[in-house]
Design a protein around this ligand. Structure first.
Ligand code: C2E
Ligand code: MG
Ligand code: MG
Ligand code: MG
Length: 287
């Protein structure tokens, strides 16, 4: 045991820790460069209405193509960006890029649905989210109703008053707001009455378990009932199987997102997807 070895234990672990720290620093420098040199991109994943099959929204997800390392997962670089503060400029880029892309789709005659961007707690505590959103809406000229912000409950953990103020300012611009990974945070539910939320996203861990575990299924059912009781829409994420979609439909869930419908797609492929939807809307005539 390292502790039992006293100070000597530190020497044993130091090289490994240093290597990891060095790797992190290198990745952080790389991310800074990626932001400056346009190595970041957004991919888009559809959300469809569980009754009509209509496309109701897209989620924008950040992608990083590193020149040497290849694609780096957001699960790796987003936490890094949060720790280093880079998430503020990165997050502003995401907001602007999503709005710019919606503008481009509209200009191409495509019916772009609302696009949701992920905004982390650090952006609320260190950045100016509402003004970034305002600037992106103005620059792109898209309707505010086509933009949505996804937050997790962690936004409300620190400096609650300040967070509530920032969220009110954000909502004041007419955009949508959804709570991501719902049910996995540590917050009490009272905030749902204090902020103007539009949507709850059932975390995929519950969706993944719902066919095999009655506990997960009960949680999913309860989240849907809670959302509906509060007048909110509920989207289930991480839906991979028909059986999950069927159970979600029986629970009255509004929309689903997941590999069953589509993986997140690069903007050009999403454009083709929108074109196909325009030509042949599910259950309707061509528009
Ligand atoms: P999230 O916001 O909960 O996004 C959903 C994640 O689930 C995405 O992972 C998506 O690719 C993945 N996913 C979607 N459908 C399925 C499915 O059917 N099965 C499985 N197994 N996974 C599915 P991704 O793109 O790797 O992003 C991971 C997380 O990184 C996101 O979770 C979000 O918290 C964060 N993230 C991504 N882009 C951004 C961003 O632009 N800004 C911020 N602040 N965070 C971001
Ligand atoms: Mg999300
Ligand atoms: Mg999520
Ligand atoms: Mg997440």
């Amino acid at each position: 045991e390292a502790k039992a070895q006293g100070r000597g234990g530190l020497r044993f672990f130091a090289p490994e820790i240093t290597a990891r720290a060095r790797g992190r620093l290198r990745l952080e420098a790389g991310l800074r460069e990626a932001l400056a040199e346009g190595q970041l991109a957004l991919h888009y994943q559809p959300q469809v209405d569980l009754c009509s099959g209509a496309l109701v929204g897209l989620e924008a997800l950040a992608r990083w193509q590193h020149p040497q390392l290849g694609s780096v997962s957001p699960a790796e670089f987003i936490p890094l960006a949060e720790d280093s503060g880079l998430i503020v400029p990165l997050g502003e880029w995401v907001i602007h890029e999503a709005c710019r892309q919606v503008r481009a789709w509209l200009d191409a005659g495509l019916q772009a649905p609302r696009v949701a961007v992920n905004v982390s707690a650090v952006q609320f505590s260190r950045g100016q989210v509402a003004s970034a959103v305002g600037a992106a809406l103005t620059a792109s000229g898209i309707p505010a109703t086509l933009l949505e912000v996804e937050i997790t409950e962690s936004v409300l953990l620190a400096e609650r008053a300040q967070a509530l103020q920032a969220l009110a300012e954000l909502k004041g611009q007419g955009i949508g707001l959804s709570i991501d990974d719902f049910g996995t945070g540590y917050s009490s539910l009272s905030y749902l009455q204090q902020i103007d939320v539009d949507r709850l996203k059932v975390d995929m861990s519950f969706v993944r378990g719902m066919l095999s575990s009655t506990g997960s299924a009960s949680i999913v059912k309860a989240v849907i009932a809670l959302g509906h009781g509060l007048g909110l829409e509920v989207v289930a994420e991480g839906v991979e199987e028909d059986g999950q979609a069927a159970m979600l439909r029986s629970f009255g869930c509004d929309a689903i997102q997941g590999y069953l419908i589509s993986r997140p797609l690069p903007a050009a492929e999403m454009g083709d997807y929108l074109q196909a939807f325009k030509a042949r809307p599910p259950g309707g005539e061509a528009s």
